[in-house]
Design a protein around this ligand. Structure first.
Ligand code: VAH
Length: 317
């Protein structure tokens, strides 16, 4: 087991919970933290602490007390919630990140992970096979804050020598933790509703193609990036990172192969224009070249795995 001590902020979220569980298989000491109490999975398997990333002194005390060597800073407000609470989103996504960047620099933390997102792209970005370097005019507070975050991360690398690494996550899909506050959340909710009710009302139009990724790929790629030799990392803002792209109608058709009487209806809401401003597919050839990234789950393999596991969870519930 690696002897580094890792701190994960926002550990109670969709990505955080699974990342903590995966990191605890590799690292002896992984401290999960969040603003609110964590799930039993987080506190039973190791250390869990309440932590507010807006309180810099508390963050610094934690890094010193546990002699933290690496930080995965996941605490953030996502796209849909951010549009409803722009001030809160900007404060948490920006002031929270600045506190983490400063505390990591001041305490010589070895490595920092910053989760960026395809939401840094906007309606003027080429939408198909979006390149690593292109026009970026995000029009959500979430996307604007993550684009600014990417620039801050690159500045701290260039000017302070902080080894900060980042991925532009697509929509993440998992069965272990529900998504919360995102525009891509339909791609998680649909599976649970398909198993429980055999029907789902989708808040995006049937042909809304978005970049997505199954959580096992996201976790594996994140750790692979963080474990890569520093001299392989050529991007310090945020790597384009791709899994599989699909629309709600494609996902519904895939679910029907297992649940033939599954029925989907469509009622687009305020999240439709957010989705329409994002890419449909991502060119992640720079990540593939720099640190050998390659996804393992396509829509068919992901759908099968999601349904098998949700049905197993429901059977013991
Ligand atoms: C969201 N799930 O929907 C997040 C993600 C690419 C989307 O960043 O806001």
């Amino acid at each position: 087991m690696n002897s580094d001590t890792i701190l994960v902020t926002g550990a109670g979220g969709q990505l955080g919970t699974e990342l903590v569980l995966a990191l605890r298989k590799i690292y002896r000491h992984v401290i999960a933290s969040d603003l609110k109490d964590g799930s039993p999975a987080l506190s039973e398997g190791g250390e869990f602490i309440r932590l507010d990333v807006l309180y810099k002194n508390g963050l610094a005390d934690c890094v010193k007390r546990f002699n933290v060597n690496q930080v995965y800073h996941l605490a953030a407000i996502l796209s849909a919630t951010g549009e409803k609470n722009p001030e809160l989103a900007w404060r948490i996504n920006m002031k929270g990140l600045r506190n983490v960047l400063d505390v990591c620099t001041e305490n010589k933390v070895k490595k920092l992970f910053f989760p960026s997102t395809i939401a840094v792209f906007g309606p003027t970005t080429p939408r198909v096979n979006t390149p690593q370097y292109t026009v970026m005019e995000p029009n959500t507070i979430y996307g604007i804050s993550k684009q600014a975050g990417e620039r801050w991360c690159d500045w701290y690398f260039q000017k302070r020598g902080l080894d900060v690494r980042s991925l532009r996550y697509p929509g993440l899909i998992s069965y272990k933790t529900k998504a919360g506050g995102g525009t891509t959340d339909y791609a998680v909710d649909i599976f649970f509703e398909a198993v429980e009710k055999k029907k789902y009302e989708c808040f995006l139009k049937e042909d809304t193609v978005l970049p997505m990724m199954y959580m096992p790929d996201a976790i594996r790629g994140t750790i692979q990036l963080m474990e890569a030799p520093a001299d392989k990392i050529t991007v310090r803002s945020g790597y384009n990172f791709a899994g599989c792209s699909f629309a709600p109608k494609d996902l519904a058709a895939e679910i029907k192969k297992t649940i033939p009487d599954f029925a989907i209806t469509y009622a687009p809401d305020f999240r439709q224009p957010i989705a329409d401003s994002w890419p449909q597919s991502i060119d992640d050839s720079v990540a593939q070249k720099d640190w050998n990234w390659k996804p393992e789950f396509d829509i068919a393999k992901m759908t099968k795995d999601m349904l098998v596991n949700i049905e197993a969870m429901q059977s013991v519930a």
